[in-house]
Design a protein around this ligand. Structure first.
Ligand SMILES: Nc1nc2c(ncn2[C@@H]2O[C@H](COP(=O)(O)OP(=O)(O)OP(=O)(O)O)[C@@H](O)[C@H]2O)c(=O)[nH]1
Length: 440
């Protein structure tokens, strides 16, 4: 029976880097669909939709019969969003099927695609996102993130927002996924595979990891299982959970000691070092994936922090969070590093930099600021998460502390700090701190 009439057609959103095996997976799903009637919507960056042709050809299905629909000339998550919505609504109207698989181009972010099917949109009325599945090239992942392995072969890819290193996308796709098809396992050793799995499970706690070669997954195990939860999808990334846990603990401690003034700033003992990950059984003992959070209410010196973050130890696989940098008193900065790439982006204004009446209104309307409001600094703070293998935490924390303004610098006109590294001063502005070398 078609689920179309119920407005509840399940959607699988497929993500994965170029060449990871998405088309191979699609063909496998179509060939082994059994009773399921699967429709596929693919999108490629080129003018010709190679993927649609390939899937159609290999599966003896044709684009013309509507089983495989295509969107060309852009990236689904950007300018084709409206087209995607139109296409899925039209598909639902014109075709009878009981599962939709959407494959955005390899460099798309799956989050906006999933969001298209949630909320009050016409697409949401007909569909529900069942799973966001990331196809990961185990070989590429091991090469990019395994500090003990061969050097990174990461190359930068072109994209709508300019060049973005592939390592960012590999990590972000995993962080947003409900299931990871760890493909190309024939190209890694068992030990490498287990090491990759341990990283994947730290990046996205609780994710289901299915190791495959040529994407040979059991169809019933992949389709027909509700994994996506729109409420928790954005919070599912390991770094975000760690940061939230640490900030909550910090706020509780502030409330408990009555300071609220950040006087325990330099106490970076066990409270900020969370190994527990909300009960998730961690493979860190066996494979040494570990993490810690760094919370401070004192600005970084721009030059010193830029130098440190552009040359992190290779043992750090992923780090991300919010930064307060002297000279950027209005702009909240988001820092993100994945393997050999790192950038800082303007992500909005500190509430503390708004006029008083706006601050009051903002704080009144939001009970969930997520951290203790500091009497002196308001929401200005740094909260960073570091995930890696064998990271020397004490050394890194000491190096980070050395990047904070000294008492002497704090008493100078630090808000007017200028630096050679131009930190972003508006939302969306991005400064690259480290880039992979294409032929490293
Ligand atoms: N060795 C090996 N090769 C694989 C595996 N899976 C896919 N391939 C090959 O890798 C290449 C890329 O696979 P695709 O399925 O086209 O990858 P894709 O993710 O659709 O690629 P794009 O559409 O370019 O993003 C093809 O030559 C596949 O035959 C695997 O598990 N092992």
């Amino acid at each position: 029976m078609s689920l179309r009439s119920t407005g509840e057609t399940p959607v699988t959103v497929l993500s994965g880097s170029l060449g990871a095996g998405k088309t191979t997976l699609l063909n496998h799903l179509l060939r082994n669909a059994g009773e399921r009637n699967i429709a596929v919507l693919v999108n490629d960056m080129g003018e010709l939709n190679v993927d649609a042709d390939l899937v159609a050809e290999q599966s003896e299905l044709s684009v013309a019969d509507g089983t495989v629909a295509e969107l060309s000339n852009g990236c689904i998550c950007c300018e084709l969003r409206d087209d995607l919505e139109t296409a899925v609504v039209r598909l639902a109207r014109e075709r009878d099927f009981d599962h939709l698989v959407v494959e955005p181009s390899g460099i798309s972010d799956p989050a906006p695609v999933a969001r298209l099917f949630t909320g009050g949109s016409p697409a949401a009325a007909r569909y529900r996102v069942e799973s966001v599945v990331a196809v990961v090239d185990a070989r590429l992942f091991a090469d990019t993130f395994d500090a003990d392995g061969t050097p990174s072969k990461t190359v930068a890819e072109g994209g709508e927002k300019g060049r973005r290193p592939i390592s960012d996308l590999l990590v972000e796709q995993v962080e947003f996924a409900d299931a990871v098809i760890l493909n190309k396992c024939d190209l890694v050793t068992d030990d490498e595979r287990e090491r990759v799995e341990s990283v994947v499970e730290t990046l996205r706690p609780g994710v289901e990891v299915v190791p495959t070669s040529y994407a040979e997954v059991e169809v019933d195990a992949l389709l027909g299982v509700q994994r996506f939860d729109p409420q928790s999808a954005a919070e599912s990334a390991g770094w975000r959970r760690l940061l939230e846990t640490a900030e909550t603990a910090d706020a509780d401690r502030d409330a408990g000691d009555g300071h609220g003034d950040g006087t325990h700033d330099h106490d970076h003992g066990d409270e900020t070092h969370d190994h527990d990950h909300g009960g998730h059984a961690h493979p860190e003992e066996a494979y040494g994936v570990d993490s810690f959070t760094y919370l401070r209410r004192r600005p970084f010196h721009p030059e010193r922090i830029a130098a440190l973050l552009s040359d992190l130890p290779e043992s750090v696989i992923r780090s991300k969070g919010t930064m307060w940098v002297a000279g950027r008193e209005e702009t909240q900065l988001t820092y993100s590093q994945a393997g050999p790439s790192a950038y800082v982006e303007g992500s909005g204004r500190w509430v503390a930099s708004l006029p008083d009446f706006e601050q009051d209104a903002y704080r009144r309307n939001r009970s969930d600021l997520g951290f203790e409001w500091d009497d002196e600094w308001g929401d200005r703070r740094t909260g960073l998460v570091f995930i890696g293998r064998g990271v020397e935490e004490d050394e890194l924390v000491a190096a980070l502390d050395d990047c904070l303004l000294t008492d002497e610098e704090m008493s100078a006109d630090w808000a007017a700090f200028e630096s050679e590294t131009r930190f972003p001063d508006a939302p969306g502005d991005r400064t690259t701190l480290a880039e992979p070398t294409p032929d490293a």
